[in-house]
Ligand binder design. Sequence first.
Ligand SMILES: Nc1ncnc2c1ncn2[C@@H]1O[C@H](COP(=O)(O)OP(=O)(O)OP(=O)(O)O)[C@@H](O)[C@H]1O
Length: 212
Amino acid sequence: MQKLKHIAIAGNIGAGKTSLAKKLAHHYGWQTEFEAVDENPYLEDFYSDMKQWSFHLQVYFLNSRLNQVKRIRENDHTVVQDRSIYEDCFVFAKNLHQSGNMSERDYRNYLELFDSMAPVITPPDLLIYLRADIPKLVGQIEKRGRTYEESIRIDYLKNLNQHYEEWIKKYEIGKLIIIDVNQLDYLKNVEDFALIISKIDTEVHGLFSHHS
Ligand SMILES: Nc1ncnc2c1ncn2[C@@H]1O[C@H](COP(=O)(O)OP(=O)(O)OP(=O)(O)O)[C@@H](O)[C@H]1O
């Protein structure tokens, strides 16, 4: 039977990817791949001056996410990753360019780098997109209280959400589950978490059972 190896959780800032990844890992016995925020050398500067630091940050994320994908593929275990490499390119970098925070030449340079990496990038077997409206995102960002995220503007989140929706509409490179998390609290309510599990179980069953 073919094995589900790579699950990625997608979603805007504060959508709850990290906490869901942890819970899924615990439930299914999967391993996790997280982006180490504390070790990111550009994030704080980026939030205080996006124009200045957008290219540096995107190159950093691209490289770091590519390494995650490689580690996941080399690992025999099933791994759940919080955020896919596609979001860096098709959501964040695109948004920075369109909002005037990444110059044309930097964006082209970035896209060419992404294209050069494409042969090494394998899509996840399953992508779980957490859809959340602005109030939900803002609430969760405030709750975790990362100082440098205090400068995040509503506009920025709105634009990112639009890019997310455009990207997800065209997403065809693998299985996809969309979960509207606006009314869910899977950390507190067991039935909310059970709902997510049942969606995943149905998808995974459909994905792999007929290959056995
Ligand atoms: N490609 C990117 N471009 C700009 N900012 C990014 C990019 N990738 C991640 N970030 C930012 O890095 C920080 C750390 O992200 P983290 O992995 O904690 O996820 P998050 O989006 O906050 O997720 P969640 O709350 O859903 O767990 C966030 O402020 C996020 O917006």
